[in-house]
Design a protein around this ligand. Structure first.
Ligand code: URA
Length: 291
């Protein structure tokens, strides 16, 4: 194609994109990305996902209800909600998530898994995405990894009811979506799926407004700390959380540690995870479980 035609095309595309709603662009990029993933999940990198979504198959669909009316995103002057407001906002958000079809995971899930816990929690845990058990129960971290997470929370001197637990992706990412009953069919959410779910998690964080977030595993840490470094490089320090879509009523700090599923596979890493959790305990004045 001659260079001036390419330039003209680029100019038109740029003007066109400038007039589109960001949500629609994310939906389009993500649906294309996830469609390729379902064909060949292991071969698709996040770079391919975004570039194919942006250049080739841009479909502008508005399939999702707009976010709730009582969310932090449209709170002109973001302030911490009271308990009743938080419960109402989270309930409304959970209903939106349950009907979400922003990405193809919406078509294969049994249940969306918005998250659960104390709406006034000072500490929030964020995992990757629901697995087999979570998809069936509609609750986060209820399988084997969840049992270990419960023990980690207990070791900190807390109960599951005192913290809030959520995931980056709200629906079950499967390696083989055609066989949802297969075990060992879980995979991490891809870049498009993460982009689709981001505003839900961001709204949850802004509503709950915990003091600290523990990102469980590399996927969660990279998505929330917005850094492509390895989990090993991200661990060991607190970061200020910055959200893309909503205003935080007060600063939130985030720390990365190992995903409990990784700890089940590599029990030798548990002592390092414990060092991470102790950093949070120090900040929150927690003494840990009595021996
Ligand atoms: N792994 C996760 O990342 N989240 C869950 O909810 C369960 C397993």
């Amino acid at each position: 194609m001659p260079k001036n035609s390419i330039n003209q095309l680029a100019k038109e595309l740029k003007n066109f994109l400038a007039t589109q709603d960001e949500d629609d662009l994310i939906t389009a990029a993500a649906s294309t990305a996830a469609a390729s993933v379902s064909c060949s999940p292991k071969e698709v990198t996040s770079k391919e996902e975004t570039s194919s979504g942006a250049t080739l198959t841009i479909e502008f669909r508005r399939s999702t209800p707009r976010a709730s009316t009582v969310t932090a995103s449209n709170t002109a002057d973001a302030s911490i909600m009271n308990t009743t407001q938080k419960q109402a906002a989270l309930k409304e958000l959970a209903e939106t998530i349950q009907h979400c079809s922003r990405c193809p995971l919406g078509a294969t899930r049994l249940n969306a898994v918005p998250g659960e816990g104390n709406v006034n929690a000072e500490l929030m845990f964020v995992g990757e995405g629901p697995g087999f058990d979570e998809d069936r129960q509609g609750r986060p971290f209820v399988g084997r990894a969840g049992q270990l997470l419960d023990k980690m929370i207990a070791a900190m001197g807390l109960t599951r009811e005192q913290v809030y637990i959520a995931n980056i992706a709200k629906c079950h990412p499967m390696v083989d979506p055609l066989h949802p009953d297969k075990h060992g069919n879980d995979r991490a959410p891809n870049a498009g799926e993460i982009a689709c779910c981001r505003k839900y998690l961001e709204q949850q964080i802004a509503i709950i407004c915990p003091k600290y977030i523990v990102a469980l595993g590399g996927v969660s840490a990279k998505a929330l700390i917005a850094d492509a470094k390895s989990l090993g490089a991200l661990r060991g320090q607190f970061y200020d959380l910055h959200l893309d879509n909503v205003k935080l009523p007060r600063p939130v700090k985030i720390l990365a540690t190992f995903h409990p599923a990784a700890l089940l596979r590599n029990p030798g890493w548990k002592k390092d995870a414990w060092i991470d959790l102790q950093m949070v305990m120090d900040k929150l004045g927690l003494k840990g479980a009595r021996k």
